[in-house]
Design a protein around this ligand. Structure first.
Ligand code: FAQ
Length: 342
């Protein structure tokens, strides 16, 4: 009855529907495809849409790229709020161009994600139903004109720091989209910094407005890089696959080190009493980030989450007639072309 014998019949091969205790190993073909994929990633090559890739790699990319696309699209809202109140025609033209660029980034990124087999409609549905994430940073209000400058300087600055390494991402369409995105983000960062320099040369009230905006945005920008490496479930695998090139904490540190001298030139104080140069590390030390607040915001309970999502859903519903008209036009053209070809 109780036996250690090795000659019992294998239930996976004997009898229909029998379960195997051990899942079948990869076939020789599957193993060879995996080896080719690993070798390409190890050699810093590019994986293209028609190449074989592990399902988990595909899933990770769709998650990250679609979240990134949603961030660009939702990210139009906080600054869009100031287009009609820009202080001059020049600032209005710059802001309009910047906000349009962000919309364009969203579109490149949705297209990159579509090459992985997920449709734009599926991604938009996931955003509107609250299943898909977008960057925490866009759930805070823009209270004054200085917020627009600070978003350019700090939010776009943080975005560039995170996105430059993505130009070397192992997935070709994402990497190529990021090259153009980074060039445009660089203009965004400069226009924000320049707008703040002008305000800092202005009246005491303008200077106070800039400092207040910096105080409100600084910590949120540090959190934008994602949880500490020790609490980041996707980092190790993302780095192994060459999707992520630099860890969340390392990017955050680079951002702090790059921003401190810029704040000095601008004449603002970064709101962190623990921020100081560490001679030994040759980097700045900085204070503790409020991760409870970050997670509350990521999980839908930040100050503007509900408003942002409601605005996007309304814009989508209001635009239904445009999509219907475009589809009717395309169907008419197709029918005409078929008639002519017949
Ligand atoms: N907000 O294990 P990790 C911009 C989530 S574009 C919300 O570290 P991963 C341009 C993360 O998704 C800004 N959620 O994850 C602009 C994951 O959740 P899940 C957007 C966050 O993927 C400027 C969980 O936490 N940029 O600003 C955030 O390895 C001005 C665990 O995290 C991108 O999306 C966050 N901040 O690393 C537009 C860049 N951080 O999926 C308009 C591409 C983490 O398990 C105006 N994305 N989470 O449910 C990335 O580089 C990565 O996805 C990270 C996260 C670094 C964001």
């Amino acid at each position: 009855m109780y036996t250690q014998a090795l000659d019992l019949p294998d239930p996976s091969t004997s009898g229909s529907g029998a379960l195997s205790a051990v899942p079948p190993g990869p076939t020789a073909d599957e193993a060879a495809r995996q080896d080719r994929f690993d070798a390409c990633v190890d050699a810093d090559g590019k994986i293209e849409p028609r190449d074989w890739m592990p399902e988990a790699y595909r899933k990770t990319l769709v998650r990250q790229i679609s979240q990134h696309a949603h961030s660009e699209v939702v990210g139009m809202l906080p600054e869009g709020n100031w287009i009609s109140r820009a202080p001059s025609l020049k600032r209005k033209a710059i802001l309009l161009a910047k906000v349009q660029d962000e919309g364009g980034h969203g579109l490149y990124l949705y297209s990159a994600a579509e090459t992985l087999g997920t449709s734009r409609d599926q991604m938009v549905d996931a955003l509107h139903s609250g299943k898909a994430k977008y960057s925490s940073i866009f759930n805070y209000p823009t209270l004054s004109w200085a917020d627009v400058g600070v978003i350019g300087w700090l939010v776009d600055g943080a975005a560039i720091m995170n996105q430059i390494p993505l130009c070397r991402c192992s997935y070709g369409p994402y990497a190529r989209a990021m090259i153009r995105v980074c060039k445009e983000e660089s203009f965004h960062q400069r226009q924000g910094y320049e707008a703040l320099l002008v305000m800092m040369r202005g009246t005491p009230a303008q200077r106070a407005m800039v400092q207040d905006a910096v105080n409100r945005w600084w910590w949120k920008c540090l959190a934008m890089f994602g949880p500490p490496d020790t609490d980041s479930p996707h980092s190790a695998q993302g780095m192994r696959w060459g999707i992520k090139r630099i860890s969340n904490d390392a990017l955050r540190q680079k951002f702090v080190d790059a921003t401190v001298p810029q704040a000095k030139v601008l004449g603002v104080t970064l709101p962190d009493p623990d921020l100081k140069w560490n001679e030994e590390r040759q980097q700045h030390d900085y204070g503790a980030i409020d991760w409870d607040e970050f997670w509350a915001t990521v999980n839908g309970n930040g100050p503007c989450n509900k408003e942002r999502l409601a605005t996007r859903v309304k814009a989508w519903n209001d635009g239904q007639w445009v999509r219907d008209a475009a589809q009717a036009h395309a169907a008419k053209q197709k029918a005409r072309a078929m008639k002519e070809a017949a």
